[in-house]
Design a protein around this ligand. Sequence first.
Ligand code: NAI
Length: 791
Amino acid sequence: MLRIRQVAVIGAGTMGSQLAALFSGLGLSVRLFDIVPSGASDRLQLPRQALARLRAMKPAPAYLPDDLQAIVPANLEDHLHHLAEADWVVEAVVERLDVKRAVWGGLAAHVRPDAVLSTNTSGLSIAAIAQALPPDRRRRFLGTHFFNPPRYLALLEVVPGPETDPALVRAMVEFGRNILGKGVVVCRDTPYFIANRLGLYGIMATFRAMEELGLDFAAVDAVTGPAMGRPRSATFRTLDLVGLDVLADSLRNLAAALPAEAEHFRVPGVVEQLVQRGWLGEKAGRGFYCREGDQILVLDPATFTYRPRAAVSFASLEAARSREQPGERLRVLLEADDPAGRLAWRVLRDGWRYAAERLEEVAGGRVDAVDQALRWGFGWELGAFEAWDAAGVPETVARMERDGVAVPAAVHELLASGRRGWYERRDGASWFFSPGRGPLPVEEDPRTLTFAARKQAGGLVRSWPGASLVDLGDGVLGVELHSPKDAIGADILVALQAAAEQAPRGWRAVVVGTDRPNFGVGANLVLLLTAAQEGDWEAIDRMVRDFQHTLQALKFLDVPAVAAVTGLTLGGAAEIALHAARIVASAETYMGLVEAGAGLVPAGGGCKEMLLRALALLPQEAEERRGARSMAPPADPMPWIARVFETIATARVSGSAHEARRLGFLGPCDPIVPSRLQLLWAARQEALHLAEAGWKPPRPARVAVAGEDGYAALQLAAYTMQQAGRATEHDVRIAQELARILTGGPVPAGTQVPESYLLDLEREAFGRLCRTPQTQARMLHLLQRGKPLRN
Ligand code: NAI
């Protein structure tokens, strides 16, 4: 196991500075180095400017602003002696072989012999850079290629050079996964490694197909986004984010490094022209797109002017979007004989062919590595070979032949072996076909656990449309959330109730989680709004009671229940998590009780749990004194309660799991896991630890509420917000209801109440708000527009 505590990042540009932010947030000590610009009066000018840029960047490159504070700026003239403290020296200077070699030549004498040395090159030869180091240091040198933005993209390509110690490669893979939270792929030292080589090829194929089919940028983006299982930013919006100068440089470098493919990687004319004009994308304010007010305009390449985007509508796109599974979406698109279908086919066909043709060269025949690199590096739902399997290899190969496209030998070999796809399940494990080698097991992080894999292995216990019970192994019962649009519906409650019922009968623990990017976005508002519009208050009361009972049952379960949260964890989904014995959160968790946006207050026990968490921060002794009504002045709970009030009233959502802890959603014992990929595994471990340590459910709480004085103080706070123009009249109404719940309302301060009393207050407030036209308008707006209404 590598012991890396101190990191020196060399180069405070786009990547170096963001890597420093990420490492600092992961608890490493970071020094950020750059050169001293000639004539600079501040010898730390570059790293200091970089830190200022990081503070202003959106989305935030760090989990918390404090992470940036902890980074120590340094320069490569006055502070080289500090390099001896570094366990890892990672270089991210400009992408030029001469500069990188000069930098490493200069660093070599200052680094410790046991330090890990790595370069973040996008595509230069690791072997060529290593030449700048003395032979004894080359064993400790390798490529560590992160993707931009490094906090948000999961992929880390680890690239050994010819002399890298194989033990170091293994250790770096483990460090990358467990400590840096990355999906790690080991690559061969070939130009642009795996993801960018195939990715850039795909972009060029997209340009070509677009021209042949006479489509424009917006139409291409409509097809090459979620409909094909790729991110919303699709092709050209992504390139605007990357920077068109970066694209052009990469294409030139690739063409130079691969003369046989130079023609394919020639910079498209439109990109040349955009770069010449300085229209480099997002950073220049314009590229393929530009923003005018709140309108997004698209480039007309004939005139180099921007015009409004024409609405893109193809029947196949609509049909594809309605399918949940990415493989199904692909099949729908590929079967369509319209421009969307034809574009998708060409882009996929060329991408698949190239991936198969270059498989040996870039990945040593590892189909799994290629797919992982594409999924983690670009946020695709399926890698090239996975997508190919979903579309059907024999069928698509026949279509390639009809198109007159040469089918690579590797594909003929696959089909000749009698297989119909690149992957297969055998003996409870996943295998892929490696041309020239035959079937090989898919290489996985030993800390990977997914509901999908457990179900494939026969672990499904019961299933509903929105949730399943799954045997996660080692006696842990999993509740998988998988409802449409990630909403918390009635069948999720049924699944949680079934888990609570089953758990004491032979299970050691329960884990609630999901394989999806989001844990959940809140209660399904459709039923609620319908009931409100029909005036069926009893039905609403029943729904809320049912939710409360379910979550109380989870809280007082005889075995520990752990929530594994990630991504959006909002409203009712956050309330589920708040009732678990522990929350295990991936670093990228955006948690909030956002009910106010729908004109409501949390009523599944969310207010109650936040209040209990806040009061738990009070000194115990003072709590007892308050209970005993001693003469000594009690500790004032109001600052804590006011914080909860503000968090819920303003529907605050955390920007990371670390911030969720600051806001009080996570407690001090709730672990944060750097890696989304290891989340479910970590949650199962936590559940088992709790079970082994003899976990007992908590005693039902009794709370000494703040009562009438606190109620008045919070109401005043709400009015002040309205006076300052930060709250509407209805916001104040909601805040008043919230104030009543969090303080117990007009009762004497210190009145002892049970949990059920607080739940009653939540439910009553919820019912009253549902009766108001403003709340109904907010719900309707959310359902129709997906955004809150401030009425
Ligand atoms: P950048 O241009 O933003 O920053 C480069 C930094 O290197 C600057 O701070 C500059 O002052 C410093 N530098 C220049 N000459 C130097 C020298 N002689 N000695 C020491 N430092 C020197 O570049 P960026 O984009 O951060 O790229 C850095 C590396 O990361 C490159 O190898 C690039 O290929 C790679 N990369 C970039 C990605 C991106 O999206 N920008 C993504 C992944 C890798």
